[in-house]
Design a protein around this ligand. Structure first.
Ligand code: GAR
Length: 207
């Protein structure tokens, strides 16, 4: 188990506002949390997530898919950069790209993603909008171990949020994100301090 003097190394990947990243940065200021963010990566420039990391003095990198001939080349480059930081855990926190087979081959079991819906419902890029359109009364967020599917991996944690009568996509997503950040901070801290084991899709903290 990592000691306070030897915190788990996190690499966090983002694509936007980075409020989940910001919550992790804040949590990591407490040595008892058991983790430190060694790098933040993104698939685009000029996003608040990168700025927030920069203000915290965390190294950042950007790899845009469009700068590579093929998607698989981008995936290999992303893998090399992320693996170079020797992460114990990679957190996809609002990273709006699917990582590929090279990435998962090298980092298998060490990558988690947070999704703004209760998996297996409403996978993909528009979880809050799809939940609202379907008319569900509760939705939420899911943290899962990334596999080769779209939001299909073994579930680490879920948090439930009510859908209110007056909700639009933005108000619903903002309510989800409040609960999501708390779930992410709690679960990543537990993974850092205790580890996780996965048996037949069932995830438990501790090894
Ligand atoms: C979060 O709600 C995250 O679950 C979602 O993007 C938001 C990012 O917020 N990710 C996905 O929809 C991935 N399918 P943030 O940039 O403020 O952390």
């Amino acid at each position: 188990m990592p000691q306070e003097t030897n915190p788990s190394r996190l690499v966090v990947l983002v694509s936007g506002a980075g409020t989940n990243l910001a919550a992790l940065i804040d949590a990591c200021t407490d040595p008892a949390y058991g983790a430190r963010i060694v790098a933040v990566g993104a698939d685009r420039n000029d996003i608040e997530g990168l700025a927030r990391a920069g203000r915290a003095g965390i190294p950042t990198f950007v790899l845009e898919v469009g700068d590579f001939d093929q998607r698989s080349d981008w995936d290999r480059a992303l893998t090399d950069v992320v693996a170079g930081y020797e992460p114990d855990l990679v957190v996809l926190a609002g990273f709006m790209k699917l990582v590929g087979t090279t990435f998962l081959g090298r980092l298998a079991g060490r990558v988690v993603n947070t999704h703004p819906a209760l998996c297996p419902a409403f996978p993909g890029r528009s979880g809050p909008a799809d939940a609202l359109a379907y008319g569900v009364k509760v939705t939420g967020a899911t943290l899962f171990v990334v596999d080769e599917g779209v939001d299909t991996g073994p579930i680490v944690a879920q948090t439930v949020v009510p859908v209110e009568d007056g909700d639009d996509v933005e108000s619903l997503h903002e309510r989800i994100k409040v609960a999501e950040r708390a779930m992410l901070v709690d679960s990543v801290g537990r993974i850092a301090r205790e580890g996780i084991s996965v048996t037949d899709r069932r995830v438990r903290f501790g090894v």
